[in-house]
Each structure stands twice: as structure tokens, then as C-alpha cells.
Design a protein around this ligand. Structure first.
Ligand SMILES: [Zn+2]
Length: 460
């Protein structure tokens, strides 16, 4: 199976190389801002002319947003706009203009309603302070040098913080690097290679096994087949005391002040770096835990059933936001989607409106209400009494049998991963977010098969 996979390595550039990397990222921003200024001026000019009643065919011609024409214009004016341009790779400017082209077409498509997802605004100028520092190289010398260095255009040979042997072996077997992106992330420079590689077809250890996974805050994951539940590690929570202390230490010191132009003191910088390290540690622990969970599931089970949690909507709930973000539901789902694909399994996603918690896994009765604080599911009909999340996991697993096996919520490409989150109402079955009227809950995308339709799409 041909896959596109990213390999990210932390870098250990010298001070000079670090400055060159920062300069490249600055060049990306300058090119982006230059292009945006051109486009904005052109749009404003045409708008003004229109307001004077000039007919459309006599207006100042519209500026093309294509990457090609922007690059052509940039090359004509770069000596004036950025006389220092030769200090950076041309890829940096191309990268900035490509990002502008993407941003503009996203905006236009969003305006015209041809783009899915939330509304995209008109691109804004990037500021030195806020803009993420990153630059992408797509041409030129991009390769590994031994197991400890990478080679990038203009920047040359940079030492990596961690060994790159795994990728080196892959490249020796015929994998191909399509691009390299250097980013300042988590207090370090990282390079991430986009690699086209052949992945041997995988097979899960138990291809016929079905597992329902109920994700939650109390317990991160509860399974339908008796596999021990994964406790929520709550990394952020555990680090909170320490983070507060470190933040106080930063606040007491002489920090930067834009209004007065005050530079941060050495002590402030040290304290700030310590706080950042503590934050990065939380992120790294979370990332590691989620990868271990999803890899183990995808390698073991042929079919994994999860709920379509509306994470973005749930995060709007202030009381849950921090715990939800710390748990990383969205990332778990994303990783399960591609890892089941890699391992020859499939991921089924139950509709957001499937009452997995409120249904009795024994007799199928559905409760109208089940507040979050009730941790044990007790069925009035058949007398079943079991852990709330276990009950939900069982319901998810049994969804596979109830839908036509192999053609239910599974999708055209066989990965079961392309079921798009439907637009509209916030909140899953378990949030306290106000729900919209049922009429708003129209699911777009592949229409459900007759067997599944009522069950999965059932509203509460
Ligand atoms: Zn029951």
C-alpha cells in the first residue's frame, strides 16, 4: 500500500544555523505579506472604481492569485521589496506565496459555499510575534546525511537531536522524500519530512474481532470486550500545580513590554524557558500515550467502533474544555482512522446521535435522560446494572451486527475514515451544551443504509 507518511525529527542547529532558519521563516512571512498587500490593493482599487460607476470591463484588471503569477511578480520586484532576498533559499519566498494562494482560495471557496468546514475569513497579515515560524522546501537538496544529520537547501548540513536511522533505512528501500518542513515547535526546531513510501499490507492479530471503544473523561477508554479500561492520565491536571508555580515565577520577573520597549531580563528568560519546558512535557506525554493506545488497538482488532464525538462543540463548554483538550479525543479518532487503514482493519464511526450511553446493551431499551453524574446504568426493563461506559462500549460494538455487516457505516474507500462530521448542532449525547431543534440535524454525506438509518441516526 502506497502511503504518505511524515517523519519528524528534532534538530540541534548551531547558533548560526538557528539564525538562518529564523531568517527563512521571516522570508516566508515577508513574501506572504507582500502578496497579500498586492491583492488587497487591487481589490480596493476595483471596489473604489466600481463605486464611481465605472463599468466592469473598464476596471483595473483583477490581479491573478495563482502561485505562478504571484511568483512571477515577486521575481520582478524582489530587488526593491527585499534587497536581502539572496540570503535565503528561493523556496522560502515560494512557500510564503503558496500559503497565500491557499489562504485566498480557501476564503473564496468558503464564500462560494464550495468549501466544507467552518467559514474561512480573508487572510490577514502575519506579524513577527504571532506568526508560526515554519518554512517548507519542495525542491533542491533534501536528504539525510548518515544517521545524525539532515541536508536542506541553502541551510546545508544540520545535526539532528535524535537519530534518523529509521527513515534512512526506508529511503534505502526506495521511499522518496517529497518535501521537508522546518518548524519552531515546542521550544525547538524540528524538521518534518513528507515521505512517499510503500507499506506492506498489515493484518490485525484478530481480524474478526469487533471492539467498541467508549471515550470519556472519567476513564479515557472503556472497551466492550473486557479489555482493561485505559485510565485518563490527565497529564495537564497533574502538571497544573507545577505550571502555576512556574508561571508565578515568570510573572514576578522583568518581562518584555511592547509599550515601553522593555527587554526581558535574563532571569525572566530562564524562568519562561522552564515554564515552556514543563508545558512541552505535558504535550509529549499525551502524544506518547495516545499513540500507544491507538497502535495497540489498530494492530489487534479487525473492527473498531467509536462514537462520532463533536469535539469542537464540546470544547465550547467551559467546564469541560480543559479536560477534553487534555484527553485528546479528536487525535485518538484521527490516529485510529489512519492506523486501522495501515493495519488492514476498519474503523466504524457511530452517528453523533446514536444514544450509546442511554441504550440498554441487554434489551435495547433507550432512556430519555441519563445525566453525566450517573455512573452506573440501571435498566428498568430488564434489570441490567453495569458501568455506564462499559454499557456504551457494548452498544457501539453491537452496532456492527445491527447494521448490515460490511456495508453499514463503513465507507466507500473501505477505510471507514471518510465519514465527515455533519454540520450543525453542537453537543453529543453526553454534553450539557444546548441542543438545536431536531430539524437542524440533517446529516449530509453518504446516506445511511436502511438497516442502520433509524438506529444510528436516532435523536434523543
Ligand atoms: Zn434492559
Amino acid at each position: 500500500m502506497q502511503v504518505v507518511q511524515a517523519y519528524r525529527f528534532a534538530l540541534d542547529p548551531t547558533a548560526r544555523q538557528g539564525a538562518a532558519l529564523a531568517s527563512h521563516c521571516g522570508a516566508v512571512r515577508v513574501a506572504f505579506n507582500w502578496g497579500l498587500a498586492q491583492v488587497k490593493a487591487n481589490l480596493a482599487q476595483r471596489e473604489a472604481e466600481r463605486s464611481y460607476g465605472i463599468p466592469d470591463d473598464q476596471l483595473t484588471p483583477a490581479l491573478s492569485w495563482s502561485m505562478y503569477s504571484l511568483r512571477k511578480r515577486w521575481n520582478q520586484v524582489k530587488d526593491e521589496v527585499a534587497p536581502w532576498w539572496a540570503g535565503n533559499s528561493k523556496e522560502a519566498y515560494a512557500c510564503g506565496l503558496a500559503r497565500l494562494t491557499d489562504a485566498l482560495s480557501n476564503w473564496r471557496d468558503s464564500q462560494q459555499g464550495t468549501r466544507k468546514g467552518p467559514k474561512m475569513g480573508f487572510p490577514r497579515f502575519k506579524t513577527k510575534r504571532r506568526a508560526a515560524r515554519s518554512v517548507r522546501f519542495t525542491t533542491g537538496t533534501i536528504r539525510l546525511d548518515g544517521h545524525t544529520h539532515v541536508i536542506l537547501p541553502v541551510l546545508g548540513r544540520i545535526k539532528t537531536h535524535e537519530p534518523v536511522g529509521k527513515l534512512a533505512r526506508l529511503l534505502a528501500e526506495g521511499a522518496r522524500i517529497a518535501s521537508a518542513t522546518v518548524r519552531w515547535q515546542e521550544g525547538r526546531w524540528h524538521v518534518s519530512f513528507t515521505v512517499h513510501t510503500e507499506r506492506p499490507p498489515g493484518k490485525p492479530a484478530r481480524p474478526d474481532a469487533v471492539i467498541g471503544v467508549d471515550l470519556g473523561i472519567k476513564t479515557l477508554a472503556v472497551f466492550s470486550d473486557g479489555r482493561p479500561p485505559v485510565p485518563n492520565p490527565r497529564h495537564l491536571n497533574n502538571a497544573m500545580r507545577k505550571l502555576r508555580r512556574l508561571s508565578r515565577a515568570v510573572a514576578r520577573k522583568h518581562g518584555p513590554d511592547r509599550r515601553t520597549g522593555q527587554r526581558p531580563s535574563q532571569r525572566w528568560q530562564r524562568a519562561n524557558a522552564a515554564r515552556n519546558r514543563a508545558e512541552y512535557r505535558v504535550a509529549a506525554l499525551r502524544r506518547d500515550g495516545i499513540h500507544q493506545l491507538t497502535t495497540s488497538l489498530a494492530r489487534t482488532y479487525g473492527t473498531i467502533v467509536v462514537e462520532d464525538l463533536h469535539v469542537a462543540g464540546m470544547i465550547r463548554n467551559r467546564r469541560l474544555a480543559r479536560a477534553l483538550s487534555d484527553a485528546g479525543f479528536g487525535e485518538i479518532r484521527r490516529q485510529l482512522a489512519y492506523k486501522t487503514g495501515w493495519n488492514g482493519g476498519r474503523l466504524l464511526v457511530a452517528s453523533r446521535w446514536f444514544p450509546s450511553s442511554k441504550t440498554c446493551s441487554s434489551c435495547g431499551a433507550v432512556k430519555t435522560k441519563l445525566p453525566l453524574r450517573v455512573r452506573t446504568y440501571v435498566c428498568e426493563g430488564c434489570g441490567l446494572s453495569m458501568d455506564r461506559d462499559e454499557n456504551a462500549a457494548l452498544n457501539l460494538a453491537s452496532l456492527v451486527e445491527r447494521t448490515v455487516a460490511g456495508s453499514g457505516p463503513e465507507t466507500e474507500n473501505g477505510r471507514g475514515a471518510d465519514r465527515k462530521t455533519p454540520p450543525g448542532g453542537a453537543g453529543g449525547c453526553e454534553t450539557s451544551t444546548p441542543h438545536r431543534a431536531p430539524t437542524a440535524r440533517i446529516r449530509r454525506g453518504p446516506s445511511p443504509t436502511p438497516g442502520e438509518s433509524l438506529r444510528i441516526l436516532e435523536t434523543q
